[in-house]
Design a protein around this ligand. Structure first.
Ligand code: ADP
Length: 493
């Protein structure tokens, strides 16, 4: 598994959660995974011990020859080996990709180097690789190098490649002269392969050359084949639609477990939520300075205050509802200063009804997941999303916009048959509009207030879903098998 980040070594986003959790679960299911990532300063000082392997290699980067070294560590709590590619000029830096909101200017060079290092490491370590699982644009060159440069060496001929897209909005696009860094012939710099509107696009390169492609939810896999979520690559993705699939990420069911969560005022499970959840709600209302009232619906949001997360819809609906509706709101997040100001103002104007915690707090996130009745995720797009799965586990009913992973995990309770909950485990809507969110939230609040039995059935449905990594890893195991078959049949480029 080639990745630019993995928990606990280095993390900037959800990619690190996947590459930190999936290998351990694959190993438990009988696979033999290994992880390879850059030896960033953060990775070397993350508290996990590592040792140098005494293996050095030299690769061409443009007109230079660059040396790297391999370190070895273990993924905590597992037998999985993690190889760290050491190259201090590229990776011994404060951050992973840039500082002060600016990317490092040599990011293309850094990850071209890393991609070459991965292929060299396979040879030097004599690793018997069936599938090279690449992730995001940082590893996009790997499938291309395999097909263009390494195809004549027998050791590499049977390696199949899977490229996972964690968020298509980040593509690794660089000016055309960076082609020289790759060492790949200019003839590949065309609209069918590595070029994208005059620039070098590393994600596109990976999408063209990988044997299989997947995203972190089945619905997102469909959505990115069209505009606008295809972010310009919809044509390439349509062309490769036969090899694209989606696998939902899992959640850490030990860390997010209401039955044993040390952050909560009371612990509970699917059989005892009627006792435990009200205690958590009351404690949360007290902690946040909200009016303590068991009957008023408490609506929660946790996440980046960014338009991707639908924060503009939430802001709009709150302003309409606050003067008249008897509903409480808790928001935990950081992001756009405009929303910091707005939510602070609303919290000042409606102190018993609105709590805005504009910070990052993991313990409070756990208490909101347990104490809220309803969890909001009206995202504009959502490759997978985690909070809706945490909400299910904590018996907090999600209200979501039906997109990406939210569409795959949340089954709407329809209005039509008010007495049958069936398999519903939340409320969802399609239109990205304040009106659609407001209507759906009204439906949820109505069921909460007027049909307590149905609400309890919804909670039971939520809490019974299996969002563990074990489920996800089984699907990856099947996809690896398919990928090997595809590579053998030459289905790729
Ligand atoms: P993203 O697009 O930001 O990766 P996800 O829903 O996939 O969205 O995951 C976000 C993760 O970060 C969740 O675990 C969420 O609880 C956590 N998170 C986001 N903002 C905060 C915050 N302010 N405080 C605590 N946890 C947060």
């Amino acid at each position: 598994m080639a990745t630019s980040e993995a928990v606990p070594f280095a993390k900037t986003g959800g990619l690190a959660d996947v590459t930190g959790a999936l290998p351990g679960e694959l190993a438990r299911q009988g696979h033999e995974p290994a992880v390879i990532m850059p030896a960033y300063r953060k990775a070397r000082y993350c508290g996990v011990t590592h040792r140098p392997l005494g293996i050095n290699f030299i690769v061409p980067i443009g007109s230079k020859m660059v040396t790297g070294h391999l370190l070895e560590a273990r993924m905590p709590g597992t037998d999985v080996t993690v190889y760290l590619v050491e190259q201090d000029h590229y990776f011994d830096r404060e951050q992973l990709y840039g500082t002060d909101g600016k990317d490092y200017v040599d990011n293309c060079e850094r990850f071209v180097f890393f991609s070459r290092a991965v292929l060299e490491a396979i040879r030097l370590l004599d690793l018997p690789v069936d599938v090279l699982h690449c992730n995001d644009w940082q590893t996009g060159m790997i499938p291309a190098y395999l097909k263009i440069e390494y195809q004549h060496q027998s050791r590499y001929q049977d390696i199949a490649t899977l490229l996972t897209i964690h968020n298509l909005a980040y593509q690794g696009t660089f000016w055309h002269w960076d082609m020289l860094l790759t060492g790949i012939d200019w003839k590949y710099f065309n609209w069918r392969e590595m070029e994208f509107h005059g620039k070098l696009n590393l994600l596109k390169t990976g999408l063209v050359y990988a044997d299989s492609i997947n995203t972190v939810s089945p619905q997102y896999a469909e959505e990115i084949q069209n505009s606008p979520l295809g972010c310009g690559l919809e044509g390439v993705l349509q062309h490769r639609r036969d090899v694209i699939s989606g696998i939902l990420n899992g959640i850490d069911t030990h860390v997010w477990n209401p039955a044993a969560d040390e952050h909560l005022a009371a612990n509970y499970d699917a059989d005892s939520f009627t006792l435990g959840k009200p205690i958590c709600k009351q404690a949360l209302q007290q902690e946040l300075g909200l009016k303590v009232d068991a009957d008023v619906p408490l609506v929660g949001f946790i996440g980046r205050l960014a338009e991707q997360k639908g924060i503009d819809l939430i802001a709009e609906v709150m302003q309409r509802w606050l003067p008249s509706e008897d509903v409480q709101w808790v928001l935990l997040g950081t992001g756009d200063p405009k929303y910091h100001r707005l939510f602070r103002t609303l919290a000042d104007r409606f102190p018993g009804k609105v709590a805005a915690r504009l910070e990052f707090s993991n313990p409070l996130a756990h208490r909101i997941e347990s104490g809220a009745d309803i969890f909001l995720m009206p995202s504009r797009y959502e490759p997978c999303g985690l909070n809706q799965m945490y909400s299910h586990r904590y018996g907090t009913v999600p209200v979501v916009r039906s997109t990406g992973g939210l569409a795959d995990t949340v089954t709407n309770l329809p209005d039509a048959d008010p007495d049958t909950v069936g398999v519903a485990n939340g409320f969802s809507f399609h239109d990205y509009s304040p009106m659609a969110l407001s209507d759906t939230l009204h439906r949820a609040c109505h069921v909460y207030r007027a049909h307590r039995d149905r609400w309890s059935d919804l909670i039971r449905n939520c809490m019974s879903r299996d969002w563990s990594w074990a489920r996800s890893a089984r699907e990856y195991g099947e996809l690896y098998e398919k990928t090997v078959d595809r590579a053998r049949q030459g289905v790729g480029v």
